[in-house]
Design a protein around this ligand. Structure first.
Ligand code: C5P
Length: 232
């Protein structure tokens, strides 16, 4: 699977999203639509961005009973998204059902990746709130292996975990990593960050970049800088 930069379009309306993407005259970046934009605009925003030629990662992090996830994935399949995701915590049965729902008649399907533990979850809250006693690294790698066993394509993880994910699940298993910042940029609320060049070095397959591009004075320049550091 090819390396790419995915722009997190964390906007609350179609107008803001399109006016941001209109700045890109020569390229059609791969974009991520999260819950905020999807809940604001519904499936039409996906259709519109696909119509304009963008690849779409629909980041809805499904987590429900297997049958519901299977049927929801079948709807996302008909929206023709390029990548989508779910929570590995939903169990292997749920992940297998998701694959079934997402697979087209010809056997192809969008890239499906799993969230292991959210990067906002630390070991303390895992123990206190979820009663999970194992070290967080072990839990993340176990969930990644479960995802691989069910036929998923990869996981969302911190750039710091990407190397280990590849060691455990193989180089073909993709690591999609947010938490990317330029060496001279603002970290904002992210805690563990890496530059696009470091993410490349450590073996990320896709980087998800939001504010370093969306809040930049010149978003096209910032995007091109990411591509240059990460892909070229
Ligand atoms: O603006 P920024 O580059 O921090 O955006 C990162 C994007 O990646 C956001 O859409 C955020 O929700 C998402 N994300 C993340 N950390 C995770 C999973 C997703 O930052 N563990």
């Amino acid at each position: 699977m090819g390396k790419d930069v995915i722009i997190a379009c964390d906007f609350d309306s179609k107008e803001k999203t399109l006016s941001f993407l209109d700045k890109f005259k020569e390229t059609k970046p791969f974009v991520k639509i999260g819950m905020e934009l999807f809940y604001a605009e519904g499936p039409d925003i996906v259709r519109e961005l696909k119509r304009r030629g963008h690849k779409v990662f629909l980041d809805l992090k499904l987590h429900d009973i297997p049958n519901t996830v299977k049927k929801s994935m079948a709807v996302l399949k008909s929206l023709d998204v390029d990548m989508t995701n779910l929570h590995a915590a939903g169990t292997k049965r749920m992940m297998s059902a998701a694959i079934e729902g997402l697979t087209r008649e010809d056997g192809t399907r969008p890239i499906l990746i799993a969230v292991t533990q959210l990067t906002s979850t630390d070991e303390e809250s895992m123990k206190e709130d979820l009663l999970i006693e194992k070290p967080i690294d072990e839990v993340v790698m176990h969930y990644a292996k479960n995802a691989k066993d069910c036929g998923l394509d990869g996981v969302v993880c911190s750039p710091l975990e990407a190397g280990k994910v590849h060691d455990v699940c193989g180089k073909e298993f993709v690591a999609v990593t947010p938490g990317v910042r330029f060496a001279d940029g603002d970290i904002g609320d992210q805690k563990r960050v890496m530059t696009p060049a470091q993410a490349k070095e450590i073996g990320s397959d896709y980087i998800v970049v939001g504010r370093p591009i969306t809040a930049a004075e010149d978003p096209v320049f910032a995007y091109n800088r990411c591509v240059k550091e990460f892909v070229d």
